[in-house]
Design a protein around this ligand. Structure first.
Ligand code: SF4
Length: 302
């Protein structure tokens, strides 16, 4: 038996149905989605061009021996989606661990979310599997009330116009999908400290700006502290972190960005690095309050 709090903290990508371990598809309870989120992991090799300090993916262990080739992955995803949605339709899913005690009002599949052990848009089969998932939802929910198709991304695969256009066509069907775009930092120092990518900061900001100007996205920002205050290598999400971030989002907004909402969130699950600390919820709420005064779209805290 798992409580809602335990389900929020547990985003294990190991799902087993009738003794069969799934490879790519993994259902979790999502506080942000407000129900069950069916994850699709296209990064079975854990490949990512970021190395976020809050990432909960453990990249040190051996890769799964069951890992299919990229060529076989679309077929695996389709089969696992079919099995999972059959078990949901039959009632089996909500009468089995770990979801059997989920309150009735939360027993709803809210989305199929592309979010895995790395950056989904980097997968060579991203476009193919995204289209497959879009078609799957159309077939299974022909009369509406379909879960959304959601992409959770650091945006780097969408810097290229072709994949950005394809993503728009597949995910941003009005009322049927969303793109959640990560923006963790707006200064080179914070970007280096939090996201730890080899992509130059200025290239990152330029690419993100192109995305928010052309696609309707929800911004996501992880707000965290790192290490003991004042110790070497420590980081605090203080005013020097927050003000440039809010200034940048406001500037994008004034320039005509299509931002739909901004999610500020604190650490909910166990990150790979133990030094990552959850910020005081009051600080997060205060930042959100400032943002709501200056921005024309909803700002939510999780
Ligand atoms: S972008 Fe996502 S998968 Fe990649 S390191 Fe950051 S949190 Fe982990």
């Amino acid at each position: 038996m798992a409580t809602v709090r335990e389900l929020v903290a547990d985003h294990s990508r190991q799902y087993v149905l009738r003794g069969r371990p799934f490879v790519s598809v993994y259902p979790v309870f999502s506080r942000r989605a407000g129900g069950i989120s069916v994850g699709v992991n296209l990064n079975l090799d854990r490949g990512c061009n970021f190395d976020c300090i809050y990432c909960q993916v453990d990249r040190t262990g051996p890769l799964s021996p069951q890992m299919p080739s990229f060529r076989d992955l679309p077929g695996v995803v389709e089969e696992e989606l079919s099995l999972l949605f059959e078990s949901i339709a039959s009632g089996e899913f909500f009468s089995s661990p770990p979801f059997e005690d989920l309150p009735v009002n939360l027993r709803k599949v809210k989305d199929i979310a592309f979010s895995g052990d790395g950056e989904p848009t980097l997968s060579p089969v991203f476009g193919e599997v995204a289209l497959l998932a879009r078609n799957f939802l159309s077939r299974h929910f022909p009369s509406g009330d379909s879960p959304l198709l959601r992409l959770i991304t650091n945006g780097t695969g969408l810097f290229g116009r072709e994949l950005r256009t394809r993503t728009e066509e597949i995910f941003l069907v009005p009322g049927a999908g969303e793109v959640w775009l990560k923006l963790d930092a707006a200064t080179p120092a914070a970007f280096d400290r939090i996201d730890r990518s080899r992509i130059p900061f200025l290239r990152m900001m330029e690419g993100l700006e192109e995305i928010v100007m052309s696609l309707p996205v929800t911004l996501q920002t992880m707000v965290l502290d790192f290490g003991a205050p004042g110790t070497p290598g420590s980081f605090a999400a203080d005013r020097s972190f927050w003000e440039p971030l809010l200034d940048r989002v406001e500037r994008w907004s004034l320039q005509g960005a299509k931002i739909r909402a901004w999610h500020l969130y604190g650490v909910a699950r166990t990150p790979a690095l133990a030094e990552v600390r959850r910020v005081d919820p009051l600080r997060l709420q205060a930042y959100a309050g400032e943002a709501r005064v200056r921005l024309p779209f909803p700002v939510e805290v999780f």
